[in-house]
Design a protein around this ligand. Structure first.
Ligand code: AHG
Ligand code: MN
Ligand code: MN
Length: 349
């Protein structure tokens, strides 16, 4: 007897199923996720043909963070700006690539949502055909529509109504949470749809992987050196390590240098991604609103956790759009251990 095939679910049908639990929902949110999905398909197409056309290399300028802008960064930013809010559901857009947030004039739409995004994450990897991504966080406005201001933009991660990322890898995947689990969809290019492939992603409590740019070790504070030492050697001492005796006592290392790709792998396999402060970047490198907070929401939805080393990333209220934070994110037990080592170092334990 042949079994009836499982119903195929796209992101839209998945969200519509969620929406049916909220009969008063206007459909604006579903529409917004559809807009993001559409933008993701366009960026995916462009990323996939990056080796074929003259789009490689830097665009020749620097963004507000003083980093070289790649052509695809510009492109991804423009695509997002054009695709979002087709039904005027958005009141503020903020991008890693734009110095200032864009406030949308009140019009016929509700303008209920604030979207902050990193259109192309890991863009320095593009020329080498290494996975890159897009990250987004969505908040709801608190003020009256005609009074929307910076307070509506500068909300903590725990106020997000949804967050997600797209990874442009060997296939393109869209992972999102709207507060009810983290779900992954894989793009089937032949039909141009993201289909549900990873329902209710859960990440292991402890992982076997740590991901950090270890070249910065000389400029880490001692507590961070201790964190990474314990990742490597377990709680044993370096001198007690002989390859055969202690192989497996610590974790293995994986670092791509594309946050989305490193995070995604660790989410599926279990592990922790670390971007600690350095002497040159005492606040860390990664941006709270367009990188850390959205990924923290996904991590929590999957049973993981994100910290700046002292507190939950989700509790940090941004002081400005481009605020940076140290980031420790992934398996809950591993990130809690990082917090403990840092706290112990502070109290001299
Ligand atoms: P972006 O490409 O959006 O500027 O982000 C780059 C980030 C992140 O993707 C990655 O994990 C990190 O920078 C790598 O930094 P290092 O090269 O300092 O390790
Ligand atoms: Mn980034
Ligand atoms: Mn970027």
């Amino acid at each position: 007897m042949t079994q009836a095939p499982k119903n195929l679910q796209t992101i839209e049908t998945h969200i519509l199923a969620l929406q049916s639990m909220h009969p008063s929902a206007s459909g604006d949110f579903t529409g917004l996720l559809s807009d993001i999905t559409f933008a993701a398909k366009i960026i995916s197409r462009e990323v996939n043909k990056a080796g074929l056309v003259d789009i490689l290399g830097a665009a020749g300028g620097e963004n507000v963070q003083g980093e070289v802008i790649q052509k695809l960064d510009d492109y991804g930013n423009n695509v997002f700006m054009k695709c979002l809010g087709t039904r005027n559901q958005v009141c503020i857009m903020g991008s890693e690539e734009m110095a200032d947030p864009v406030f949308i004039e009140p019009s016929s739409g509700t303008g209920n949502y604030i979207v902050v995004f990193d259109p192309l994450d890991g863009s320095s990897n593009i020329d080498a055909n290494v996975s890159v991504g897009t990250i987004f966080g969505i908040w709801k406005r608190k003020s009256r529509r005609d009074k929307v201001g910076m307070d509506d933009l500068l909300q903590a991660g725990c106020e997000q109504v949804a967050a997600g990322y797209i990874i442009y890898g060997s296939s393109t995947m869209f992972v999102y949470t709207a507060g009810h689990g983290a779900h992954g969809f894989t793009l089937d290019p032949s039909i141009g749809e993201f289909l549900l492939s990873h329902e209710n992603i859960t990440t292991p409590f402890l992982g076997d992987i740590y991901s950090v740019n270890e070249a910065y070790e000389p400029s880490w504070e001692p507590a961070v050196k201790e964190v990474v030492r314990q990742m490597k050697y377990g709680t044993g001492t370096e001198s007690s390590r002989t390859d055969e005796a202690t192989e497996g006592a610590g974790k293995t290392s994986r670092y791509i240098g594309s946050l989305v790709a490193d995070f995604h792998r660790n989410l599926l396999y279990g592990g922790v991604y670390l971007y600690p402060p350095t002497k040159g970047k005492p606040e860390g490198k990664l941006r709270l609103m367009c990188e850390a907070a959205p990924l923290a929401m996904i991590a929590e939805a999957a049973g993981g956790y994100a910290s700046d080393g002292r507190q939950n990333i989700m509790d940090i209220v941004p002081t400005h759009l481009h605020m940076r934070v140290p980031l420790y994110i992934g398996s809950r037990g591993d990130v809690m251990l990082v917090e403990k080592i840092i706290a112990d170092a502070k109290t001299g334990l």
